[in-house]
Design a protein around this ligand. Structure first.
Ligand SMILES: *Cc1c(COP(=O)(O)O)cnc(C)c1O
Length: 357
C-alpha cells in the first residue's frame, strides 16, 4: 500500500509516472537498455532533453525570449550563481521572506555583492509577505515565490523596473505567473515537478548577455550552459527523464490553470479544517498570504503534536512533521497530492480533534 505522502521535498510523485518509469526502467522503448545507461550525446536522450525544455516553456507560455537551463547543485547553487552572473557592481535588492531568501542573501554577501534587504517579515516569524518596493536602479530584485517552511506565498509578484528574479522551487509548475518583469525564474524540481538532482531555470536573453561578459568558471556561467543547451557536461539524465514525464503529465491534465484549480480546491479544504476547528488548530501564515502548497499549522496544545504525527502515520499519512524551526505540523500538498488525499487528512484532523479536544 502506498502511503499518502505530505513530505515537503523530495515529495510524492504521481503514481502513474512511477509506474511508467518502472515499465521503462530496464528496457526503454524496446531498445534493450535503460535511459540511465546511455550517453547524453545520443539522439535518444536528446529527444527527452529537448522535449522536456519545450514542454516546460509551453506550460508557462514562454517564447524565444527565454532559455531553459537544466543545472545541478539544486536551487541552493543558484543562490551563488545569481550574483556571480547577474550582479553588475551596483546594489542587489532582496525581499526577505524566510529561510531560503536568507540563504540567498548570505551567498550574495559572501561574494562581496552590495546586498540591500528592502523588506522583511522576520520580526513576525515570517508569517506574512511584506510589502516591497524595489528601487529603479538596482542590478536586480530578488524574491522567493513560496516559502516552503512558513507556508506563505506571493499571490502576485511585485512590479519592478529592474530584472526580477524568482525562486519558485516550492510552487514550480503549480500556477501561471506573469512573466512581464521576470528575468530569471528558477527552482529545484524535487518538490513539485520531479526528483532531486535537477534545477530548472527560465532565463531571459538579456541576463545571458550579462553572464557572457563575466569572467567566471565555466560550470558556474549561465552563458556557457545556454550555448551548450545544458549539455556542457553530463546533466542529471534520469532526473531530466522524470521531469519530462512530469511535463507531459501536466500538459495532459490541461496545463497550469487546471492544476492551479485543483491546488486551490485542496488548499481551501485544508485551511477550512484549521479555521473551523475552534482554535484547536492554528495556522501559521496570515490568511491573505497563505500558501497553496505548504500548509503549516500548530495544535494549540503543543503536546498533542507528536501524538498527531504518530497517529497520522498509523493511518497511512507520512511527512507531516513541521520543519524544526516552527515545530508543529506541515502538510505539503503539491501537484501530485490528490483532492481525495487531502480529504483523508481533513477527516483525520476532525476525528483527532474530537478525540483530544
Ligand atoms: C527546497 C528549497 C530550496 C533548496 O533547494 P535545494 O534543491 O535543496 O538546493 C530553495 N528554495 C526554496 C524555496 C525551497 O523550497
Amino acid at each position: 500500500m502506498r502511503k499518502i505522502n505530505f513530505s515537503a521535498g523530495p515529495s510524492t510523485l504521481p503514481q502513474e509516472l512511477l509506474k511508467e518509469a518502472q515499465e521503462q526502467l530496464c528496457d526503454y522503448k524496446g531498445l534493450g537498455y535503460s535511459i540511465m545507461e546511455i550517453s547524453h550525446r545520443t539522439k535518444i536522450f536528446e529527444e527527452v532533453h529537448f522535449d522536456a525544455m519545450r514542454k516546460a516553456k509551453e506550460l508557462y507560455g514562454l517564447g524565444e525570449e527565454y532559455e531553459v537551463l537544466f543545472l545541478q547543485g539544486g536551487a541552493s547553487l543558484q543562490f551563488a550563481m545569481i550574483p556571480m552572473n547577474l550582479a553588475m557592481g551596483g546594489v542587489c535588492e532582496y525581499a526577505n521572506t524566510g529561510v531560503w531568501t536568507k540563504k540567498a542573501i548570505k551567498e550574495a554577501q559572501i561574494l562581496g555583492v552590495d546586498v540591500k534587504v528592502v523588506s522583511s517579515s522576520e520580526e513576525e516569524k515570517f508569517s506574512y509577505i511584506p510589502k516591497v518596493e524595489f528601487s529603479d536602479n538596482a542590478d536586480y530584485a530578488y524574491i522567493c515565490s513560496n516559502n516552503t517552511i512558513y507556508g506563505t506565498q506571493y499571490k502576485k509578484y511585485p512590479k519592478t523596473k529592474v530584472p526580477l528574479i524568482v525562486d519558485a522551487s516550492s510552487d514550480f509548475f503549480s500556477r501561471k505567473v506573469d512573466f512581464s518583469d521576470i528575468a530569471l525564474f528558477y527552482g529545484g524540481v524535487q518538490k513539485n515537478a520531479g526528483i532531486s538532482g535537477l534545477a530548472c531555470l527560465f532565463i531571459r536573453q538579456d541576463m545571458l548577455e550579462r553572464s557572457r561578459a563575466k569572467n567566471i568558471p565555466s560550470m558556474l556561467k549561465y552563458a556557457i550552459h545556454a550555448e551548450n543547451n545544458s549539455l556542457f557536461n553530463t546533466p542529471a539524465t534520469f532526473a531530466i527523464y522524470m521531469f519530462h514525464l512530469e511535463m507531459q503529465w501536466l500538459l495532459n491534465l490541461g496545463g497550469l490553470d487546471e492544476i492551479n484549480k485543483k491546488n486551490t480546491q485542496k488548499a481551501q479544504l485544508l485551511y477550512e479544517s484549521i479555521d473551523l476547528s475552534e482554535g484547536f488548530y492554528k495556522g501559521h501564515a496570515r490568511k491573505e498570504d497563505r500558501s497553496l502548497m505548504n500548509v503549516s499549522f500548530n495544535i494549540a496544545n503543543n503536546e498533542l503534536e507528536s501524538i498527531f504525527i504518530k497517529e497520522a502515520e498509523e493511518a497511512g499519512m507520512i511527512g507531516l512533521k513541521g520543519h524544526r524551526i516552527l515545530g508543529g505540523i506541515r502538510a505539503s500538498i503539491y501537484n501530485a497530492i490528490t483532492l481525495e488525499q487531502v480529504k483523508t487528512l481533513c477527516e483525520f484532523m476532525k476525528a483527532f480533534r474530537k478525540k483530544y479536544a
